[in-house]
Design a binder for this molecule. Sequence first.
Ligand SMILES: Cc1cc2nc3c(=O)[nH]c(=O)nc-3n(C[C@H](O)[C@H](O)[C@H](O)COP(=O)(O)OP(=O)(O)OC[C@H]3O[C@@H](n4cnc5c(N)ncnc54)[C@H](O)[C@@H]3O)c2cc1C
Length: 573
Amino acid sequence: MPTTRSTSDVPTLRRRELLLAGAATAAAGGLVVPPPALGDPSPPFDLPAGIAVERRRFENWSGEIVHESVWTAAPRDAEEVLRLVRWAARRGWRLRARGHDHTWAPFAVAPGVAVGRTLLVDTTRHLTGIRVVTGARPRVNAQAGAAMEAILGALAEAGLGLTAVPAPGDLTIGGVLAVGGHGTGIPAVGEQRRDGASYGSISNLVLSLRAVVWDGAQGRYVLRRFHRDDPAIAPLLVNLGAAFVVDVVVRAVRDVPLRCESFLDIPIEELLAPTAGGGRRTLSSFLDRAGRAEIIWYPGTKSPWLKVWTPMRVRPQESRRVEAPYNYPFSDQMPRPVTDLIARAAIAPGGLGRVLGQVMHGATAVGLEATRSSDLWGRSKDTLLYVRPTTLRVTANGYALLTRRENVQPVLARVLAELRRAESAGAPALLGPTEVRVTGLDHPGDCGRDGAVAPALSALRPRPDHPEWDVAIWLDLLTIPGAPGAIARMVAFERWLLAAFDPGEVGVRVEWSKGWGYARKGAWRSRHVLERVIPASFDAGGGRGGWRPTVDALTRLDPHGIFRSPLLDRLLG
Ligand SMILES: Cc1cc2nc3c(=O)[nH]c(=O)nc-3n(C[C@H](O)[C@H](O)[C@H](O)COP(=O)(O)OP(=O)(O)OC[C@H]3O[C@@H](n4cnc5c(N)ncnc54)[C@H](O)[C@@H]3O)c2cc1C
């Protein structure tokens, strides 16, 4: 763990030296590659025959990244993606895979940075094929633009599922793999991991994938399949968009229905008590009992919304059977004008902000009651998918704290104490909930393939020097974009978090899709975090897949920097 900190903003965008190297390589291969001129508004020219492009608006889910007009293509198959990549290499353009734009981190396009010579490649229009393969080792083949909801739906039709998944269904599998998407869940006490089940990220379930990569021998980009036992797949399993995955094979398991119970009456001090046991309703007691839990703690309230999922083959009498996902309409089915109005009212001086947490808590209590949703039972996907895009649009930081299961209570008790301390010291209020989930790590063997390698850039990659670390605590502080003092609060929290724990007990990694690297002007700007903390968090403990070898491997797969963006330039150098 680093001991020094600085949050100075990264002053300027650095050009990748590799672009020059890439240009030289291309020239050697008979291609001419002028370096991309950011800000060049000219349309793409000389495109491969038959592939149309159009100017489209880009707005990420939180509304914090908006570009009114970005050149966008929607290739019909992997071959068309390949032709676009070869075209980009020839013409000095950059390509960014585009899924459902749910990511907070500006990996694809950055706010306020011109998008000239950037072509977005929309995978959601045509690259959506899904094929389920049943049998002793069930799996699903999916094209990169297939939505998680569609994939889980197809699996469910065959009686299959995944152990834990991200909460929204409108995420592409390509986008989820890019950032190491995850759900919540560790084995309950006495629960045996089933063959092919992983308590880590979705990336850890990948059996193989196809990506567009540079082939040095041929001197051009090619489509190549990578298998899970090939070390070359490690940087692609969580790739931050610095590669282009066109399709993927994901391991599945026979589905076990889940009961999902909601609790609103357990004081946060009890749930996050420093020690487990003593008959208290601690988070650990729920994890021991059921393995799967999530805390949503609205600001200024006493007791959070706790959801606990328990695998149960038979519906308990008191549970309501559900046959479709998204069973909390009171929390995620609000028209955009309403959510925008709430957000504006919350951040206005003297506005709703002070009481927003109580309003949300009250609405949850009433909503759970009115929709009889406190106790649900159904196929796993019908309780694990519970966030629609029409929920209040928030911004979030995100971190994974790798540690021993026994540390869940003391670690979270310290986080709670810090949040309390900051409040009493007059820190700017959070206008959104604090969320906690707990997963296992990405043990590569879990996918069932001998010799499987771990996703190199996954926050859940196990630490070889700490084989006793078996869980990751995922921590997110949410607030409304533009909330007064929010950035200062995030800066202070991150600074505290990175120094708070004994590095022999807890290792902190960032949650790629969310906010991290906070500096005075916002997230993803702290040079210290980008250049030191993040690389160190992947180097710590040694083993295969350190930061620099992984970045170098990604660069070898894309020597022309076709898939780079301003943030990736800064992060990967
Ligand atoms: C309300 C909400 C709730 C969320 N809940 C969760 C959660 O429970 N768990 C969790 O883990 N995450 C969660 N997320 C984050 C989400 O998983 C990621 O942001 C994910 O990347 C979004 O998928 P997408 O299709 O929208 O990708 P996009 O946002 O479109 O793309 C994300 C990045 O992936 C790259 N990319 C997309 N497709 C490909 C491809 N084919 N090959 C290579 N790179 C590609 C893009 O270039 C971009 O850099 C949540 C986000 C929101 C907004």
